[in-house]
Design a protein around this ligand. Sequence first.
Ligand code: ARG
Length: 459
Amino acid sequence: MKKLWGGRFTKTAEEWVDEFGASIPFDQELVEEDIEGSIAHVTMLGKCGILPSEDAEKIRAGLLALLEKAKQGKLEFSVAYEDIHLNIEKTLIDEIGPVGGKLHTGRSRNDQVATDMHLYLRKRVHEIIELIRELQQVLVEKAEAHVETLIPGYTHLQRAQPVSFAHHLLAYFWMLERDRERFTESLKRINKSPLGAGALAGTTFPIDRQYTADLLGFDSIYENSIDAVSDRDFILEFLSNSSLLMMHLSRFCEELILWSSQEFQFIEIDDAFATGSSIMPQKKNPDMAELIRGKTGRVYGNLVGLLTVMKGTPLAYNKDMQEDKEGMFDTVKTVTGSLKIFAGMIATMGVRTEVMKKAVKQDFSNATELADYLAKKGVPFREAHEIVGKLVLTCIEKGIFLADLPLSEYKRASALFEEDIYEVLDPYTAVNRRNSAGGTGFAEVRKAIKKAKKTMNTP
Ligand code: ARG
């Protein structure tokens, strides 16, 4: 089939070669953005007198009709026309006649494809920001219900100090808040217009780049035409922000998986977000959490993939850059899907407060309290640490916990111990007293919830 660019060719490629080079199987996802960009472009060509206004009007009307069809999924594409840009141009010419061939005046597919992707990502990033907010909302609601629910806090996955379950949940709220900030800040760089950069050098036609940028709602235009068509840092930034977000979700998933195991039994994942086993009737698997953890790998892969594609390409456009799309589409789908599933999973999860409470009473995570107790009475902390360490050892030998040790034993270790240590050893007291800024004390957690709500209400 004759190509739209076939003038200097004497031979056409075979279909299997065309297939290898074509991006239409995946870049048809950009169909609406592509037509919107073309509408802005032709409107500008008419306004600047580059095309007679009746031609511009005809093309505009033809494009609007195509946009309607695209929205209804009624457009057909062919690998013979390589990509979304040429497919749309060909369809336009078929529909309105040779005047459609004037659309590409003063433009290149290089500025066109970059424009499409800026428009596409702008839309998706706004959606992702919204979904992060929804997940944060769910987290705050759960946190509010569990301010005084205690859970063992871990370091090295060893019991460390008890914390408020709300405090643990809110840790993820603030991670997500930074993720949201990063996506929001990236909009500044996404919302820039490459349109009018041409193939790489600009154009001899008296175009108005600011006008097309305004029509498309861009905040500014790329300053340099070579930069405009040859960088993909805005996509890389998106992939990098997505990787960080997925890393946060993945760590949370790992905890949900652990907590829902027989060994922990801290939470119960709702049936709607779990699956069974085809052989073991008793199984209830936290599949959704595992999948999100797994999908984090493909998002990292998309980031590293595109970084690698870009690292050796000379300025300006190179066909290598066609490889920027699938990873971007895949990441959008993965991130939006993961955020939606996650919000549902947290909103419906059951919290076994009694199991958690029992857990914090049956460990040595109150040992720091004792050391602090002595330190407050003037014992150098290092010495206090040693004394309490010995007491823990005594307990382990006897198979009991610190709260079970009689006062006489304590007195033997240090005369400074008094009856009030038993109060200090209570995990509830231990948590409630940690009211340093950002700590797990109930008063601090309540403050944090208020702050989190306020943060969500500010754009
Ligand atoms: N399909 C191409 C891409 O995705 C569009 C740009 C093609 N430009 C070119 N000069 N061949 O990158």
